[in-house]
Design a protein around this ligand. Structure first.
Ligand SMILES: *Cc1c(COP(=O)(O)O)cnc(C)c1O
Length: 352
């Protein structure tokens, strides 16, 4: 606290990111990073761009990156926005679409950055309870609101929603913007990107951090009707007109173009997830159905905080959320390679 702070700073409740440990950790399964590195083509493009040109500002519009994304998804360029991580895009979305009289709606168990943006921008929100199986109940969202946002699949549960349900929501909820945060969509969940051509009130955000192995680069994109994208551009150009650096632009282009590497690594992660789910079941864990590169699981008798602590002592980090109470017996485990999952299971067997 300081007398020099602006009033808003006193009221902030910042997001707490997953730990990036400095010491040696043998298995880092806590922040949903991709166990495979970026494709060789991405690494080569970064090396090639590491030259004297770095003295120049990057293309402020990231046009080549946007046109590559446009070709890949068959979405016009003026319906695409790119940002310095999808978290930055979400910050623009909250400021651009959610500062309304009515509260925005999001699930009671979801990405904990959403309430942090609400505190930053002074946005009212209502947390909508998940059902007893941790599903988002979209019928409950058909009430007057200042906007709707949820991840698909949801985090940290990993549970996906199908496209038909999302389409119905967007169709009925025409008076405010619906945002689907597709950070994990590439791990076996249906994307709603196609729907932005049809509905003027829909924004989809995606991230290069998970399925495209570029968490260290900070790159994300959003899709929406051109009017909505125009609003995001206005905010961006009032904040930082060069958010995507030269290296991130070329890396993003190659990450999209190398479709083979993307689908191969994605399939391997889905296979490793199935392996992990099967092994955990045999050990007495109950795992929620996942369409993501992580699972949310609890043991039928052993305490989650205890398992977390013992894993940590063995050099393995997973994620444990103490609040809300309802998820305090769950652990969120990032999917690694098949080999890492075998190693994880053998360590887990030892400590149990
Ligand atoms: C990881 C994550 C993001 C942010 O991704 P970045 O592109 O790295 O900023 C957004 N939403 C959810 C639900 C996430 O888990």
């Amino acid at each position: 606290m300081s007398k020099y702070w602006s009033e808003v700073v006193h009221k902030l409740t910042p997001y707490i990111p997953g730990e990036q440990p400095k010491e040696n950790i043998s298995l880092k399964l806590n922040t949903n990073e991709n166990p495979y590195g970026p494709s060789q083509k991405v690494l080569d493009s970064i090396s090639a761009a590491s030259n004297n040109q770095l003295r120049l500002y990057p293309d402020p519009e990231s046009d080549l990156l946007k046109s590559t994304i446009s070709n890949y998804y068959n979405i016009p360029m003026n319906s695409i926005f790119v940002g310095n991580g999808s978290d930055e895009i979400l910050a623009f979305i909250f400021q651009g679409f959610f500062k309304n009289n009515l509260p925005i709606l999001f699930p009671d168990i979801t990405y904990s950055f959403y309430p942090a943006y609400c505190s930053l921008y002074d946005i009212k929100y209502t947390r909508m309870p998940l059902d007893e199986k941790f599903n988002i109940v979209l019928e409950d969202y058909l009430i007057p609101n200042g906007g709707i946002i949820f991840p698909n699949p949801n985090a940290p549960t990993g549970i996906p929603k199908n496209l038909v349900d999302i389409k119905n929501l967007v169709k009925i909820n025409q008076d405010s913007v619906v945002v689907i945060d597709e950070a994990y969509v590439d791990f076996g969940t249906e994307s709603a990107v196609e729907l932005v051509k049809q509905y003027k009130n829909l924004v989809i955000t995606q991230s290069f951090s998970k399925s495209r192995s570029l968490a260290g680069m900070r790159l994300g994109c959003a899709f929406g009707n051109e009017d909505l994208i125009e609003a995001l551009n206005r905010i961006k150009n009032s904040f930082n007109s060069y958010p995507i650096d030269r290296l991130a632009q070329v890396a993003g282009i190659e990450a999209i173009k190398d479709e083979n590497y993307f689908s191969e690594t994605g399939q391997k992660i889905i296979q490793a997830r199935k392996f992990l789910e099967k092994e955990l079941l045999l050990m007495g864990f109950q795992t929620l159905p996942s369409g993501a590169n992580f699972i949310f699981t609890k043991h039928r008798s052993k305490d989650a905080a205890m398992i977390f602590k013992k894993l940590r002592e063995s050099g393995v980090i997973v994620r444990h959320f103490n609040v809300p109470e309802r998820i305090s017996q769950y652990l969120r485990i990032t999917i690694g390679t098949q080999e890492e999952m075998r190693k994880f299971i053998s360590i887990l067997k030892m400590i149990m």
